[in-house]
Design a protein around this ligand. Structure first.
Ligand code: PEP
Ligand code: MG
Length: 325
């Protein structure tokens, strides 16, 4: 009922044994912010900025982007808003950028996401300038999709610094310090080399959708290989485990923001792995909070350890399904 939901919204997201987990929202449109707030989101863990570029033939001006981000900040009373830079290419398209994307033989492995932003400097500069201009209360974070190496992160940081200098020279207010700059961990290579990224990334956001697709080499849209889609595949679990561990050792915040994060079945696993930040579809938030409040974090930790020791699909699944903490 709405009553029960309201009550739940005001209860803390905490396990029975007192472990706090921050529950945030993924937004695909600025208008999703109302639903996120109603569901008790403690911030936006992933703003997919693609909406600004879709269903149109031109590119959005800086002012339009500023207005859109401010709308979200205005709708959310507190908490960070994590703006992901444009993530087109692969299965996500934008017609104004079609001529840059061209005809890729293998779009999932081609020019896309941060690769496109680095190749089209005006695109990245405009988006970063818009984020800096919108960031009045210092609540924005910047997230880069499909990062595979630290050089990409460095190039974006250099651009961010130069954009900030340019704005300051024009007499515009620039947030100080600059917003945290984080990376998506959604390619197996990035997960395995997380220790190369951690010293320079301000935070990690693990994207399980793409991580599963690239790890198991299965197209998200090809039904003929859908039977291979397995979020609990040992390779996937090990990659998530390693990336989380690296982040914790470096004292960097780490969240999970793929579909898995909003599925209560996987919650004990994430809590057990040490994840303390989850971002999901706004509609998934109440269920996840309810499940979280029934969990015991130390029991979750034993569960995660047991799952990581196994390699048989059935055994791993059974461990999770029979877990009742
Ligand atoms: C992911 O890949 O898990 C993710 C969160 O990004 P998207 O679903 O937008 O590709
Ligand atoms: Mg992704």
């Amino acid at each position: 009922s709405t009553r029960a939901l309201k009550r739940l919204r005001d209860l803390p997201a905490v396990t029975r044994d007192g472990t706090r987990v921050t529950l945030q929202a993924n937004l695909e449109l600025p208008s999703d912010v109302e639903q996120a707030v109603a569901a008790g989101a403690e911030g936006v863990g992933l703003l997919r900025s693609e909406y600004l570029f879709m269903n149109r033939d031109d590119l959005p001006e800086q002012e339009e982007q500023v207005g859109s981000i401010r709308h979200i900040l205005g709708g959310l009373p507190e908490g960070p808003v994590t703006v992901r830079t444009l993530d087109v290419g692969g299965e996500k398209l934008a017609s104004a950028l079609g001529h840059h994307l061209g005809e890729a033989t293998n779009p999932a492995l081609g020019l896309r996401a941060v690769r496109l932003s680095l190749r089209v400097p005006e695109l990245l500069e405009t988006q970063l300038a818009a984020i800096l201009q919108a960031d009045e209360g210092g609540r924005l974070r910047i997230l880069l999709p499909m990062i595979v190496n630290v050089e990409e992160l460095r190039m974006v940081r250099r651009t961010l610094n130069s954009v900030a200098r340019k704005l300051a020279a024009q007499g515009r207010p620039v947030p100080h310090p600059l917003p945290p700059l984080g990376v998506m961990i959604e390619v197996p290579g990035a997960a395995l080399a997380a220790d190369a990224l951690a010293p320079e990334a301000d935070f990690f956001a693990i994207g399980t959708n793409d991580l599963i697709m690239y790890t198991l080499a299965i197209d998200r849209g090809d039904e003929r290989v859908a039977y291979l889609h397995d979020p609990l595949h040992p390779a996937v679990l090990r990659l998530i485990h390693f990336a989380v561990d690296v982040a914790l050792r470096h004292g960097k915040p780490v969240s999970v923001c793929g579909e898995m994060a909003g599925d209560p079945r996987y919650l004990p696993l994430f809590v057990g792995l040490g994840v303390r930040e989850l971002s999901m579809r706004p509609t998934a938030l109440p269920r996840i909070k309810q499940s979280l409040r029934r969990l015991d974090a130390s029991a979750c930790q034993s569960l995660a350890e047991a799952m990581l020791r196994e390699h048989d699909r059935e055994t791993i699944q059974h461990l999770l399904e029979s877990f009742h903490a």
